[in-house]
Design a protein around this ligand. Structure first.
Ligand SMILES: [Zn+2]
Length: 203
């Protein structure tokens, strides 16, 4: 996507106004177009944990600023610095951090170089060069597995605590199973339930 002349005027006006540029209401339409652009492109998923956004409501998807907007205002509307991510990766983990940069003090001079970033950059790196991402769904059990292949993959795996997503999915599968077995027992007629209890007591 390209910004129109009108977009650029609005962006520059918001920057000149100061304050919270990103939340300026005059930029809402531009932000929606950015989101749609990344969502419809190759990136129909979180750029860090690869969670799919298929069927997600758009307010569950954040526009991600790789270089945080609070610290790098000059890159707030630069497409090389933008992508889409889930709220877990963006708001709970990455937030305003800059420790994924080789050198936070000099990054502004070379913001478009992959080797300036410890993590897999959503725009300068191809995710699967650095990480294998596997999803298996069988019936009610969903398994997600990340296998880092290179240092950037390992860094991204640790930084975004991707192991927690793997474990979560296993727990979720177990949770579904235990809820269902309780429901089955509760839905039995009372006399059969009593018989079952008697049998268990005898054992
Ligand atoms: Zn994510």
């Amino acid at each position: 996507m390209d910004f129109t002349d009108e977009d650029l005027i609005l962006i520059n006006a918001a920057k000149a106004k100061g304050g919270n540029v990103w939340e300026d209401p005059t930029l809402e339409d531009i932000k929606q177009r950015i989101k749609t652009h990344y969502r419809n492109g190759n990136a129909g998923h979180c750029c860090y944990c690869h969670r799919s956004f298929r069927g997600e409501f758009k307010f569950d998807i954040d526009i991600e600023h790789v270089l945080p907007k609070s610290k790098f205002l000059q890159f707030i509307f630069e497409l090389f610095n933008l992508n889409i991510s889930c709220k877990r990766c963006n708001m709970l983990i990455k937030k305003e951090r800059t420790d994924f940069l080789i050198d936070a003090d000099s990054i502004a001079q070379n913001p478009q170089q992959s080797d300036q970033y410890h993590l897999i950059h959503p725009n300068f790196d191809y995710y699967f060069d650095h990480m294998d991402y596997e999803v298996n769904i069988k019936n009610e059990i969903e398994m997600v597995k990340f296998t880092p292949k290179r240092p950037k993959g390992e860094y991204t795996y640790d930084f975004f605590r991707l192991n927690e997503i793997e474990i979560d999915m296993i727990n979720q599968a177990q949770g579904i199973r235990s809820v269902k077995s309780n429901e089955t027992l509760l839905s039995l007629p009372r006399d059969i339930k009593d018989d079952v209890k008697d049998l268990i007591d005898k054992l």
